[in-house]
Design a protein around this ligand. Structure first.
Ligand code: ABC
Ligand code: CA
Length: 486
């Protein structure tokens, strides 16, 4: 699937080991132990209704290839990022036919499969790695890796004052002496060709629709041009940094990046009433003028509030209104929204590994407030797109913004976001919101009607500091299940 095929979709991200078991059982799963808990691809198939019911039409699954077996000082490789052999699958999650069954089940529902892939390194349980016995060709020799050196915190650039050392970021090693992440020699043309063939083969073998590329900033940028062409589908790169000027250039080599630059002010902006939403607005405006190959388009970024590397937002504030505002953001922002599994169940896990809870422990309940919130947000986005065929290519505009509130518009969707929290009831007065005079609107978050004034403006009160996400009632009607009682 191409960038434009992906444009209107929204992605549910999960760690296969922690999402669903094959037989529907609920084994205990203590995140602090870092062990395999029992999730599988067959388990995922059995829970596609749960995902689709929230309005998601794509999944991003954790890496699928064979990882280090057994324990390390950081536990087992349940997350899938410790590749031992990229030519085999991780049997903990199932067989090749199980992975194909997942792909088929998704496609039958009109959903897409995104697979997480690690190209930068292979992992090892000892330092130095036992290259010849641990790895298979072409990696079973020391010369397939850059000479061992460890990436230091000071190698990462922190513009404008510290340029860092990008060569070290690309050619030294992640991990540490407990679990070295042996850095593949991606300067060797044979290994480069291996990866280009490998990804083309992955796409074909498992009918993959898109990739999330791990550690993209740890390989030289021009490696990615032909890599993504060989993949033949949309790829979103993980460039973990909080500077737009550092992340932006990667969109010239990859079709999209994870929206890390915006994630930082997103989290700090909605964390408490002292947060600064102006910083979020500033970053979005920077990304809009920096991303893409000269032209900014909606499929260049994928936005998220949580992922497997960061403490969950719900663990940092208990204010449900703040959580709902922050959750709304990726659905309102340009590009493609991603929601990390467990957010909808109110999970609160802290830093890795606590943020990798088993979802079966929640019972997959669907009458939870944040499950319904996700449903509403997906429905609003689809409704807006059904009324405006150019919706996904339109850049988000800010009608108003301050440290504590944002009025963001992408016609016919209008988002009123606040960080004042559940004890507040902010008043909104948007004199030119672009609606028809007296048009009937719906706030999908509260399922209440709002009527535009005679100039197409909007005045409304957000009860309990909740976000308001407005779309024309006529557009929402077309797309179904949300706010049907209106
Ligand atoms: C394990 C244990 C942890 C333990 C750790 C040392 O080892 O679980 O408890 O602390 C996988 C597993 C992890 C595992 C690691 C290492 O492997 O999931 O559980 O941790 O063995 C990707 C994936 C991630 C995955 C890997 C490895 C890479 O999303 O899940 O981890 O395949 C760097 C990489 C980034 C990577 C991340 C984990 O490490 O760039 O791709 N994620 C700075 C650097 C970043 C760096 C980050 C964290 O620190 O710039 O490059 O990410 O080390 C901002 C700055 C940022 C700065 C942040 C912290 O602050 O602008 O630049 O990031 O202000
Ligand atoms: Ca590298």
């Amino acid at each position: 699937a191409t960038a434009s095929d992906w444009q209107g979709r929204s992605i549910y991200q999960f760690i296969t080991d922690r999402f669903a078991t094959s037989d529907g059982s609920s084994p205990p799963c203590d995140t602090s132990q870092g062990q395999y808990c029992g999730g599988t691809w067959q388990g995922a198939i059995s829970k596609l209704d749960y995902i689709q019911n929230m309005g998601f039409d794509a999944i991003w699954i954790s890496p699928v290839v064979k990882n280090l077996e057994g324990n390390t000082s950081y536990g087992e490789a349940f997350h899938g990022y410790w590749t031992q052999d990229p030519t085999q699958l991780n049997s903990h999650f199932g067989s090749a036919s199980d992975l194909n069954a997942l792909s088929d089940a998704l496609h039958k529902r009109g959903m897409y499969l995104m697979v997480d892939i690690v190209i930068n390194h292979l992992a090892a349980p000892t330092n130095p790695p036992q290259y010849t016995s641990l790895y298979s060709a072409p990696f079973n020799t020391e010369s397939s890796f850059h000479t061992e050196c460890w990436i230091n915190a000071t190698d990462y650039p922190t513009p404008p004052w510290n340029p860092g050392n990008q060569t070290r970021v690309e050619q030294c090693w992640l991990g540490d002496t407990n679990v070295p992440l042996a850095d593949i020699n991606t300067e060797d043309p044979n290994l480069v060709q291996f990866w280009y063939n490998w990804v083309a083969n992955m796409t074909k073998t498992y009918s993959v629709d898109g990739y999330r590329i791990d550690t993209a900033k740890h390989i030289r940028q021009d490696f990615w041009t032909e890599f993504q062409a060989s993949a033949g589908v949309w790829c979103v790169g993980e460039v973990l940094a909080n500077q737009t000027e550092y992340v932006g250039p990667y969109t010239k080599f990859l079709p999209a990046v994870l929206d890390y630059p915006t994630w930082y002010p997103l989290v700090s902006g909605f964390m408490n009433p002292q947060g600064n939403l102006s910083a979020l607005v500033d970053t979005v405006q920077q990304t809009q003028s920096t991303y893409g190959n000269g032209s900014y388009s909606g499929s260049v970024i994928a936005s998220f509030l949580e992922n497997q590397d960061q403490p969950r937002f719900g663990g940092q504030t208990s204010d449900q209104a703040l959580i709902k505002n922050a959750m709304a953001w990726p659905f309102v922002q340009d590009g493609i929204p991603i929601m990390y599994y467990g957010q909808e169940q109110g999970y609160t896990g802290g830093a890795d590994p606590a943020n990798r809870e088993a979802l079966w422990l929640s019972g997959y309940e669907t009458d939870k407030p944040l499950v319904q919130h996700a449903q509403a947000l997906n429905a609003a986005r689809k409704a807006a797109a059904s009324a405006n065929s150019n919706f996904y290519n339109t850049s988000l505009k800010f009608i108003e913004s301050s440290a504590s509130q944002i009025v963001a518009s992408k016609p016919p969707l209008l988002a009123l976001l606040t960080n004042q929290g559940s004890s507040s009831s902010p008043q909104w007065t948007v004199s030119s919101a672009g609606y028809q005079p007296n048009e009937d609107l719906v706030d999908v978050v509260s399922c209440t009607k709002v009527t535009a004034d005679s100039n197409g403006g909007v005045s409304a009160t957000a009860q309990g500091g909740n976000p308001m996400v407005l779309v024309p009632a006529s557009a929402l009607n077309k797309s179904g299940s949300v706010c049907q009682s209106l």
